[in-house]
Design a protein around this ligand. Structure first.
Ligand code: HEC
Ligand code: HEC
Ligand code: HEC
Ligand code: HEC
Ligand code: HEC
Length: 216
């Protein structure tokens, strides 16, 4: 049979396919990078809220502790958002007429909770627990950024909570600042006498990178 195409066309087709595959990979890679930019992760972008609540004002200005409002961060998996009565302990006394607080007063009258827009949210298939982190001395700011400086709350740097961000610390917790003495020691490395402890901890942390730790 007469050949319709010269033999060289075979390699042209192959080259075309290879180029196509390359372009496709590049496109997927670009899409992946873009999806991880702050435009999509919303890190650093302030959320619209029904009340313009300012952490900057209440934490840095007035010196209120995080746990005064997020009471369960230390004892349960949820940090929790404060009920309206927490706000009213002060706002039944101060700024009682402020327009900005109208929604807070309405909520106190009707008993209907303020519908805060959630800032940080993991997909349902991820298990997370605040208490274990807080009790081990991981600072709120390590995961949420400098909340005390935020006039409106945004997703804090450096954690938009992708899997790799959780794993970065679970693999190398010594690289992340913690509040307690244990960490101070960890971050300086283990003295020779404490190798046993280091090995035990390394083993424990390795376990925390098992899929089951976060996907149960
Ligand atoms: C310990 C007392 C206290 C608590 C609790 C408190 N506030 Fe305030 N808040 C203040 C004071 C004082 C001001 C006035 C700040 C100023 O201008 O000096 C204020 C101001 C505000 C303002 C005006 C905007 C601003 O930040 O200046 C809003 C809105 C507000 N608070 C919302 C809330 C909400 C919502 C809660 C509950 C989650 C709450 N506050 C809990 C004391 C408190
Ligand atoms: C006076 C009460 C109050 C104090 C004190 C306070 N918060 Fe909040 N926090 C709120 C309220 C109200 C919201 C919901 C509105 C918003 O997102 O700004 C909130 C939201 C948040 C969120 C976003 C939660 C989400 O997913 O929607 C984080 C994270 C947070 N707070 C961390 C902190 C940290 C860290 C501190 C201490 C440095 C702190 N808060 C102190 C009242 C408080
Ligand atoms: C190890 C990282 C980490 C630390 C430390 C941490 N958080 Fe969170 N926080 C998260 C993650 C992840 C979420 C989203 C949870 C979800 O959607 O299930 C979250 C959610 C929240 C929320 C929204 C309500 C809720 O409970 O889901 C608040 C408020 C909050 N954190 C406050 C705090 C405060 C206050 C501290 C310090 C006492 C703190 N966090 C420490 C990672 C952390
Ligand atoms: C800055 C460090 C740090 C970050 C970031 C961090 N973790 Fe952890 N995590 C820890 C430490 C420390 C422990 C406790 C280890 C131990 O038991 O000694 C822990 C323990 C856990 C546990 C085990 C709880 C249990 O009941 O056994 C889970 C689940 C977990 N982390 C999920 C997450 C998820 C999901 C994220 C990301 C959203 C995350 N962690 C981010 C440091 C971190
Ligand atoms: C320390 C906690 C943690 C561990 C351990 C962990 N994951 Fe995840 N994983 C997450 C978080 C958080 C997300 C959500 C990421 C997001 O929303 O972008 C996630 C998302 C995923 C997804 C959805 C796609 C993606 O990447 O966003 C897959 C698939 C997945 N994990 C598989 C695994 C497997 C397989 C393992 C074991 C090798 C594992 N994970 C271990 C925290 C963890």
């Amino acid at each position: 049979m007469a050949q319709l195409f010269p033999p060289s066309s075979n390699s042209i087709v192959k080259a075309a396919f290879a180029a196509g595959a390359l372009v496709l990979c590049l496109a997927v890679w670009v899409a992946y990078r873009v999806e991880r930019t702050t435009y999509f992760t919303k890190a650093g972008v302030a959320c619209e809220q029904p009340v313009p609540f300012s952490h900057k004002h209440h934490v840095s200005g007035l010196g209120i502790d995080c746990r005064y409002c997020h009471v369960s961060a230390e004892d349960s998996s949820f940090a929790g958002l404060p009920p309206t009565r927490t706000c009213m302990t002060c706002h039944s006394q101060v700024w009682t007429q402020a327009q900005m607080l109208a929604a807070v007063r309405r909520s106190a009258e009707t008993g209907q909770a303020i519908a805060w827009t959630r800032v940080d949210r993991l997909p349902d298939y991820v298990y997370f627990d605040h208490s274990i982190h807080v009790r081990k001395g991981v600072a709120c700011q390590t995961c949420h950024g400098r909340v005390q400086r935020m006039p409106l709350t945004w997703r804090g740097y450096p954690f938009p909570f992708h899997m790799k961000d959780c794993l970065a610390c679970h693999r190398h917790p010594e690289r992340f600042p913690r509040e307690d003495a244990e960490l101070a020691r960890l971050s300086r490395g283990f003295p020779p006498g404490e190798r046993g402890h280091a090995a035990a901890l390394a083993e424990h942390v390795r376990l925390l990178t098992d899929c089951y730790t976060c996907h149960r």
